[in-house]
Design a protein around this ligand. Structure first.
Ligand SMILES: O=C([O-])C(=O)C[C@H](O)[C@@H](O)C(=O)[O-]
Length: 314
C-alpha cells in the first residue's frame, strides 16, 4: 500500500533527483526478477528521491501486462523503504487503467502516464483518456508530455481541477513556449520534471522554466556523478555544470546518437561497463556494438566517474 499521499509524494519528488531503473532480462530475454531486485536495491541505496519502474529506460513498452506487474512489484519490494517507487501505464485507455491499478496493487506510490499507442489525438480526446486513467487509481499520477500526448496548459489545468491525485508534468518535447504556458497556467499546483533524453543536457536552463528536477537515465550506472550533477544544477553552479557536460555528458551523447533507441541501450551498456549487469535490451532495440561499448568504457574511465567503491558495490 502507498505510504505517501499524492501531495506528500509530490513534495518529495520535486526536491531530489529521479531515475528510471533499467529492467533486467535473462539471456533468453525473459524478465530476470532477481536481477531487477538487485539493480533496484543498489540504485535505492543512493540519495535518489524516487524510482520509476517499467518506464522508458525500463523498457516498459516491451513488457506484457504480467511482466509489467512483476517488475513493478519486484521494484517496490526491493527499494530501500525511504525511496518511493512509481509504476507506469500506457497504451490504450483500458490497458493503461489495468497497469495503473496493477501498480497500485503492487504497492507503487503512483504512476507515470506514458503516451497512448500509435494514433494521433487532439486535446479533447487526450483529456478524456488521461482523466479516465487518473480517476482509476487513488495513487499519484504524473503525465508524460511526449510523442502523441502533448498536453496543452488548459488540458493540464482541467486534469488538475478534476483530480487531486494528479501531481506532476514530465516533459520530453522541450518546446520552451509550451513549457512557459504550462508553468504559467498551473504554477505550484503540481511539480515539473525534465525527461528529454539524457536529461542532464537541459537541466540547468529548464530549471528556470520551473523544472526543479529531472529523470536521470545515467543514474543507472554513474549514480554519484548524476547526484553531483543534480546538486550543481540546483545550486545554479554554471561552471560546475559546464565542466561536467564537457567531461562526460556531451561525449556520452556522441556515443548515444550512433543508433536509434540507444538512449536505453547505452544505459544497459553503462551498467555492464561499471561491472554490473541487467542483460541486453529487447527488440525492437538492439545493444551497442563492441566498439561503441569499448568507447563508453573508455569515456567512463577518462571521466573518473565509475562507482567502484566497495561499499557501493555491496
Ligand atoms: O522513461 C523515460 O522516458 C526515461 O527514462 C527518461 C530518461 O530518464 C531521460 O530523462 C534521460 O535519458 O535522462
Amino acid at each position: 500500500m502507498a505510504q505517501y499521499t499524492p501531495q506528500e509524494l509530490a513534495a518529495r519528488l520535486k526536491e531530489g533527483l529521479l531515475s528510471f531503473p533499467a529492467t533486467a532480462f535473462n539471456a533468453d530475454q525473459a524478465v530476470d526478477e532477481d536481477g531487477v531486485r538487485e539493480h533496484v536495491a543498489w540504485q535505492s541505496g543512493y540519495d535518489v528521491a524516487g524510482l520509476f519502474a517499467a518506464g522508458g529506460t525500463g523498457e516498459g513498452f516491451s513488457l506484457t501486462l504480467e511482466e509489467h506487474a512483476q517488475v513493478v512489484r519486484a521494484s517496490v519490494e526491493s527499494s530501500r523503504a525511504e525511496v518511493p517507487v512509481l509504476g507506469s501505464a500506457g497504451g490504450s485507455t483500458r490497458q493503461a487503467i489495468a497497469q495503473a491499478q496493477a501498480s497500485e496493487v503492487a504497492g507503487a506510490e503512483g504512476i507515470l502516464l506514458l503516451p497512448p499507442y500509435l494514433t494521433e489525438c487532439d486535446q479533447q480526446g487526450l483529456l478524456e483518456h488521461a482523466s479516465a486513467i487518473i480517476g482509476s487509481t487513488r495513487t499519484a499520477v504524473i503525465v508524460y508530455n511526449r510523442a502523441n500526448a502533448v498536453y496543452s496548459a488548459e488540458t493540464v489545468a482541467e486534469l488538475a481541477r478534476r483530480h487531486e491525485n494528479f501531481i506532476g508534468f514530465k516533459d520530453a518535447i522541450g518546446d520552451i513556449e509550451h513549457l512557459a504556458k504550462v508553468y504559467a497556467g498551473n504554477g505550484d499546483r503540481m511539480f515539473y520534471l525534465g525527461g528529454l533524453p539524457t536529461a542532464e543536457t537541459y537541466a540547468l536552463p529548464l530549471l528556470q522554466l520551473g523544472m526543479s528536477t529531472y529523470s536521470s537515465a545515467m543514474f543507472n550506472f554513474v549514480p554519484e556523478f548524476a547526484l553531483d550533477f543534480y546538486r550543481d544544477v540546483r545550486n545554479q553552479d554554471r561552471d560546475s555544470v559546464t565542466e561536467k557536460l564537457n567531461r562526460f555528458v556531451l561525449p556520452y551523447l556522441d556515443i548515444r546518437d550512433r543508433g536509434k533507441g540507444f538512449g536505453v541501450s547505452i544505459v544497459k551498456a553503462g551498467i555492464r561497463a561499471v561491472g554490473r549487469s541487467v542483460g541486453s535490451v529487447r527488440p525492437p532495440l538492439h545493444d551497442l556494438s563492441e566498439q561503441d561499448h569499448a568507447d563508453l568504457i573508455a569515456l567512463i574511465k577518462e571521466a573518473g566517474i565509475s562507482p567502484l567503491s566497495p561499499a557501493m558495490m555491496a
